[in-house]
Write a protein that binds this ligand. Structure first.
Ligand code: NAD
Length: 544
């Protein structure tokens, strides 16, 4: 659509027009209109709620990626020299703008993902929260640090942190705002430029955020968006940048890691999961069922932290299952731009086919569908009912692979220890949830579960929302961590500066070498003893 066409409504979104979306598409290649590039290849974008085409964005190629990275690199040097406090101010302003412009952002999110407005607003809360944390933490996380020298008074050691340069962010479609910004904002705060490749299904959220970053005062060219197919845009991006932050499937994550490894650049990989939820025998079954509904069906299960395997101690199994099915059946489906519906649509036909095939496979192997188990084209083309399965065979696809849809398999287990063993029987290790009447016991069980985040009496927000604490996966669920100071420092190179206060550290000329060696080992023994005592006192104090 050209800019002279009259605005047409997109879906039912009240404030969005096709012209607005095309205008966002023109932001690819910095602020130049797409037609200044070769402009020929474009990717159509569809609204999952209606399956209508809502616009198109440039299908970038390797040359476009190189040009975007070059521009970003040109802007990065001055940004690295900008004081961390000033960078943090821009991050904070951006967070405020996201909150102020929430209605338009919510419309964009809904139109390109098909999610309900309730889910969209949960996602939107996350961006300003993350910005506030990064803005307050980054200056300290990046500050110079004094470390112990060789021996007191002999040398000093100071660690400085420098930005790596240009960070490539490759993000998925399920939470396009939060999963772009959770990686991009700390990278910018640490003094880097960012080139982001959003998923081809959901480019508009990242493009609108690029606009808001500019309004917030981010210098030109520092944040670039390259739209296009993953296998076309991803490899040249990894070849051109200094670090890659990837969120997506485990299969793609492996190819990213291989390429980053060849280039000897750092990478963080936030990958898939097949997350367990454990219900202990001492639980309030109604409360656990409400929590399980949130854990399993938020964003119709298209959430990396979603629980898909539910292990329930036998003594509460019947009571829990009744409550879980009842709560699941009370969920409402819809794609309106209001807060009426709990759940929206799956993202596309492929995702619907995946969910259907996992449920059909479980059913064919004898599983019972307690509720759900069918598509709802009457609501939207890719809607699927939240589904509870029991009697799922351990080798069913739904038990072994990530469904990434609204499907939960509930299995009885004799006790909490068996639940933990079942929870750990997976190559993944992203997120887990434990429900119990005894919080302390819950925290103990949590320490036995092999996942990067474990929530006690909560679905996932207790850990995801704790932005000061690291977040990431064990095993096939990833590498590296976002959030916390480590989520900022991953985008830096450390430099250790050692200064000698006594001249060259070599054998002294005026002392016989054998005397010196004897003295040095004696001093070392005293130093090691002193360090052990100080460490023990420190540990004792920290336990108080
Ligand atoms: P995907 O791996 O297919 O795509 C993710 C991104 O990678 C997209 O931008 C895509 O275009 C790009 N891509 C695809 N092929 C590429 C290639 N060869 N080189 C470079 N980039 C490429 O993921 P998906 O299936 O669309 O997303 C869902 C998956 O993401 C699920 O497995 C989910 O669990 C996972 N996920 C993980 C987290 C987390 O934080 N751990 C968060 C959200 C989603």
């Amino acid at each position: 659509m050209s800019s002279t066409d009259p605005p047409t409504a997109v879906g039912d979104a009240p404030t969005l027009t096709a012209r607005r979306l095309d205008g966002l598409g023109d932001r690819v290649f910095g602020s130049r209109p797409a037609s200044d590039g070769d402009g020929s290849a474009r990717l159509d974008v569809f609204a999952p709620a209606t399956d209508e085409r809502i616009g198109s964005v440039p299908a970038c190629d390797a040359d476009d990626v190189d040009a975007a990275v070059e521009r970003a690199r040109g802007a990065q040097e001055a940004w690295a020299e900008t004081p961390a406090e000033e960078r943090a101010r821009i991050v904070n302003r951006f967070g405020d703008l996201v909150a102020d412009r929430r209605e338009e952002l919510l419309d964009v999110l809904q139109v390109e993902t098909g999610k309900s407005r309730r889910t969209a607003v949960e996602e939107l809360f996350d961006v300003p929260t993350g910005c506030s944390y990064v803005a307050s933490e980054a200056p300290d996380a990046l500050a110079e640090e004094r470390r112990r020298g060789i021996a007191p008074g002999v040398t000093t050691a100071t660690v400085t942190r420098e930005p790596v340069g240009v960070v490539g962010v490759i993000s998925p479609w399920n939470y396009p705002l939060t999963l772009s910004m959770a990686d991009a904002i700390p990278a910018l705060a640490a003094g880097n430029a960012v080139v982001i490749k959003p998923d081809e299904k959901t480019p508009y959220g990242a493009l609108l955020l690029a606009e808001l970053l500019e309004v917030a005062g981010l210098p030109d060219d520092l944040f670039q968006v390259v739209t296009g197919e993953g296998p076309t845009v991803g490899p040249p991006l990894i070849d051109a940048v200094d670090y890659v932050a990837f969120t997506g499937s485990t299969a793609t994550g492996r190819t990213i890691a291989e390429r980053a490894g060849r280039n000897l650049i750092g990478c963080s990989l936030e990958l898939g999961g097949n997350n367990p939820l454990v219900v202990c025998g001492d639980v309030d079954a109604d409360e656990a069922a409400r929590g399980a509904v949130q854990a399993c069906f938020s964003n119709v299960g298209q959430l990396c932290l979603s629980a898909e395997r539910v292990y329930v101690v036998e003594s509460v199994y019947d009571e829990f299952l009744d409550a879980f099915v009842r709560e699941t059946e009370s969920l409402t489906l819809g794609t309106g731009y209001d807060y009426d519906a709990d759940l929206g649509s799956l993202v596309d036909a492929d995702q619907l086919a995946r969910v259907e095939s996992h449920v059909d496979d479980a059913r064919d192997r004898g599983a019972t569908v307690e509720t759900g188990g069918r598509a709802r084209p009457d609501v939207a083309p890719y809607c699927y009912e939240p589904t509870v399965l029991t009697g799922v065979e351990p080798d069913s696809t739904v038990a072994c692979e990530e469904t990434f849809g609204p499907v939960a398999a509930v299995t009885p287990v004799p006790d909490a220890a068996a639940a933990v063993a079942a929870a750990n029987d997976s190559p993944y290790g992203l997120n887990a949830s434990v429900w119990t009447g005894d919080r302390e016991r819950g925290a103990e069980l949590a320490r036995e579960i092999d996942c990067g985040t474990v929530n006690v009496n909560d679905a996932f927000l207790a850990t995801w929302g704790a932005v000061d604490a690291p977040m990431g996966g064990f095993g096939d669920s990833g590498l590296g961590r976002r959030h916390g100071p480590e989520g900022i420092r991953r985008y830096t190179e450390t430099r250790t500066v050692g200064v000698s206060r006594v001249g060259p550290l070599t054998f002294p000329e005026r002392i016989p070498t054998d005397w010196f060696v004897r003295g040095a080992f004696a001093a070392m023994r005293v130093g090691r003893r002193a360090r052990r005592s100080v460490g023990a006192v420190r540990r004792r104090l920290s336990r108080r």
